[in-house]
Each structure stands twice: as C-alpha cells, then as structure tokens.
Design a protein around this ligand. Structure first.
Ligand code: FES
Length: 164
C-alpha cells in the first residue's frame, strides 16, 4: 500500500510503543484513515500483515467502531462529529445532534450534496467531563446545549465559506 512517508514514519514509531504488536491496531487504523479518509480492504490486509494479525481481526475492529469508515465516502469540507457515548448521551448529545441536523440541513451520517459538511455521530472523544462535545475538524467544542448552538453553527458556516 502506498502511504505517504510521514504516515509510514508515524506507523513505525507507533508499533514499538506497544508490548504486543496487535495492540497497535487502533492507532494504525487511525493513521491510515487520517491520510486516506477511509479504511480500504487493502489497508486492512496491510495492517494485518504489519501487526501479524489475521485480516478478519482487523476488519472486526473497523466494523465495531463507527468512527472508522470502510467505503470511499467523501468527507465534506467541514467534518462535524457529535459524541454519543454514555456521558455525552446523558448530557443531551442526541438533542444536539438533532438540532445540528436541522440547522445545517444535513442528515446525520451523511454529507450535504454540495460537499460542504459531513455530519456524523462518533464514539467517545475523550472529553467525557465536559459533554456534550462536538468535534469540528480537529477542534473540540464542549458543554454544548441544544438550545444554544448558534455560535457553533456560525463557526461551521465560517469554515465552509473559507477559501482553501
Ligand atoms: S462520552 Fe463524550 S467525550 Fe467521552
């Protein structure tokens, strides 16, 4: 698989950090998805070989975590992920998700037709004490309220209209 040299370098640094190679499967999937945008069958086989695992075991990780995408689904210009794991769910994450769907005109789990926004639920974003949280590209927004999302929506729209 032709990964960028910087991704390969990251992978080579990551693997020795784990006492057992197979434990590096999550970070490796993350590095590959960050570069490619999704996990192909070729990537599954490549990671399996690199970590001396069976491809089926890598595939089961990919299918278990909704964060990993398998098909070549193009991500919109702005990627919005709403954490729906327990702490955030209890603090109103689904209401935030519903409201963002309405305000952005984008169905959860899909991209807008013009390619401007992708809206998805995600699993724990490691900020459970300040939920509900939403990740906009690489920036985390915390303590959100479904009734007070105008600032967040403005920020998303600003990013959509920003020149590349
Ligand atoms: S549960 Fe949402 S960040 Fe952990």
């Amino acid at each position: 698989m032709n990964l960028k040299p910087e991704t390969l370098e990251l992978i080579e640094k990551t693997v020795p950090q784990y006492p057992e190679k197979r434990s590096a499967v999550m970070p490796l999937l993350h590095h590959v998805q960050k570069e490619r945008g999704y996990i192909s069958n070729e990537a599954i086989e490549w990671i399996a070989e690199r970590l001396e695992m069976q491809p089926i075991n890598v595939l089961s990780v990919v299918t278990f975590f909704p964060y990993f995408r398998q098909e070549d689904q193009k991500i919109g210009k702005v990627h919005v992920r709403v954490c729906r794991t327990l702490s955030c769910a209890l603090m109103g994450a689904y209401k935030v998700g519903d409201e963002l769907e309405k305000k952005l005109g984008c169905k959860m789990g899909s991209s807008k037709e013009d390619g401007s926004v992708t809206l998805e639920y995600a699993e724990c974003l490691a900020s459970c004490g300040s939920g509900p949280v939403v990740l906009v590209d690489d920036d985390l927004y915390e303590n959100l309220k479904a009734t007070e999302l105008d600032g967040l929506v403005d920020e998303i729209e600003k990013r959509v209209s920003k020149e590349d």
